[in-house]
Design a protein around this ligand. Structure first.
Ligand code: MD3
Ligand code: FE
Length: 199
């Protein structure tokens, strides 16, 4: 695939996936999943929450990282098994500030975008897929041009660093019901980021 994208297919076995899911249920109990609203006023089809010092939010005021869930509660800590994956694949001593949790139910998608709300793009981004398969698309730093697609499966881990850190990417669709990890189906993606906004 693209330079700067490392794909660890099947890095997490079934037991590890189940343990992560239990941790994520705990995160969502403390900080409930919401459908973020974009600046346009349109609701995203993906539901999101966060763990960590900072969480990613979007509303009519725009996109940003902030210290609290929209309800005002602080974000729960990033679960230790999630930090362990970050350490295994990046080898970095610096831990991420944010674990964004994305939930895709049947029909949910994420349009092509860049991740550029962080303060420093030198840090890699790590993504963990759980549950149903998702069709991930990667493009270019510039808008448009050729794209490449790959199916991400439960237990796959991606590291986006270097030249890939600012490429456009998105999730075109999920294959609902292709995994038994979530009893009611759907896909969960954990995205780990160093936000590094000097605060
Ligand atoms: C490429 N999430 O939350 S993860 C996102 O599967 C996001 O939910 C997708 O894009 C998902 O912003 C894709 C893979 C990923 C994450 C971060 C990236 C790819 C990336 C940052 C830079 C380039
Ligand atoms: Fe993204």
């Amino acid at each position: 695939m693209l330079r700067g994208v490392e794909v660890y297919s099947g890095l997490l076995d079934g037991a590890e996936q189940a343990a992560l899911l239990a941790e994520i249920r705990g995160v969502a109990a403390a900080a409930p999943m919401v459908h973020p609203v974009m600046r346009s006023g349109k609701q995203m089809s993906v539901r999101m929450t966060s763990a960590g010092r900072l969480g990613w939010v979007s509303d009519q005021g725009g996109y940003r990282y902030q210290r609290h869930h929209p309800s005002g509660v602080p974000w729960p800590p990033i679960p230790a098994p999630v930090l362990d994956i970050w350490h295994r694949v990046t080898g970095l001593a610096r831990m991420p500030d944010c674990c964004l949790v994305n939930f895709y139910s049947e029909g949910a998608r994420l349009g092509m975008h860049q991740d550029r709300d962080e303060g420093n793009f030198d840090w890699p981004v790590v993504s963990v897929s759980l549950g149903d398969e998702g069709l991930f698309r990667v493009g270019n730093i510039e808008r448009g041009g050729k794209t490449e697609s790959i199916w991400l499966r439960s237990g796959d881990v991606l590291v986006m660093g270097g030249a890939a850190r600012l490429v456009h990417h998105g999730v075109d669709r999920i294959r609902f019901g292709t995994s038994t990890l979530l009893p009611k189906g759907g896909r969960i993606n954990l995205t780990l980021r160093v936000v590094d906004q000097g605060s």
